[in-house]
Ligand binder design. Sequence first.
Ligand code: R5P
Length: 315
Amino acid sequence: MKKIVVFSGQANPALAGNICKSLKVAPGNINSMRFSDGEVRVEVGENVRGKDVFVIQPTCPPVNENLMELLVMLDALRRASASRITAVMPYFGYARQDRKDQPRVPITAKLVANILTSAGADRILTLDLHAGQIQGFFDIPLDHLYAINAFVAYFKRIKMNDLVVVSPDVGGIKMARSYAKRFHAGLAIVDKRRNSPESIDVMHILGEVKGKNVIMVDDIIATGSSIVEAAKALKRAGAKKIFAAITHGILSGNAVSKVNKSEIDSLVITDSIPLVKDKRSKKIKVISVGSLFAEAIKRIHFEKSISVLFDGIGR
Ligand code: R5P
C-alpha cells in the first residue's frame, strides 16, 4: 500500500476518514483554501510523484463548490506528477440531466465527464449512478459500485416479512428488480408525473401492495416529493409499513420535514453524502459505504477484479 495516497476534498471528510481507516493509510496532506473572491486554491502538502492517488469528493451540495474543488485538486495532483489519479465520487452530481429530453437543454452529465477528464482524472470510482449509461460518457475507465449489499444487510437485520419492493418511478425498475430478487419479494412500480422539480403527481400503482410491508428503493432523494407522494398512494392502496432505501440523501430544502410528516416509517440512506446536523431525524438512518469504497480502492490499486463486490447483485 506504500504507493497509495488518499486525499479528501471538503465535501465528505467523515467518509474519507472511514475509507482511510479501512485501508490503514493516513489521509494525504492537502490544503484547500479560498481567495477573498471565493476562488478555490489548493496546495498538495506532500510528494505524490509516481503515486497512485485517490481523491474522495462527492459532488453533493454545495454542488458547484465541491465540483470546482475536485477539479482544482485533480489539476494540482496532475501537475505534481502523480502516476495515476482516481476521482472517487461516492455521489456523482449533475447526473439527472443525462439526455436532451426537451429542446435547447444541456447534457450536464456528459459536460461534467468531459471536464473531469480534462482536469486530470485517469479513472472514476462511483456509486449508484442516476443512470448506468452515464458510464459511457467517460472515455477513461469507470468503476461503478452498488449500495444494494449494504441495504440488504441492513434490512435483513430488521427481519421483515410480506415484503414488496417498490420503485417510485418507472426509471427505477431495474434497480427495484435487483432488490426484489435479493429479498425474494414482489415488485411494484409507482407511475409518477413530475410537474416541476418540486412537484409530482402519482398516477397509478402497478403491482400488489395491499397488506404488504414496502421497501421503496431509489438512487436519489432530493426534495423528497417522489417518495412522500408515493408513500401516500401506497398507504391508500393498503400498504402496511413503508421503508425507503435511497443511496444518495441530498435532502434539499424542506425534504426532511416532509419525510418526518409523511407515511414513511423509516428512510435509510448511505453516507455517500454527509447528513448535516440540522437534517438529522429519528426517521432517517445512515449506513456506511466506507468499507465498500476501501475494498474497491484496494482492488484497483492491486489491479484485482472488483466484480466480486457485485456478487449476487444480478443486474
Ligand atoms: C428520478 O429520476 C430520481 O431517481 C429520483 O426519483 C428523484 O431525483 C427524486 O427527487 P425528489 O426527491 O426531488 O422527488
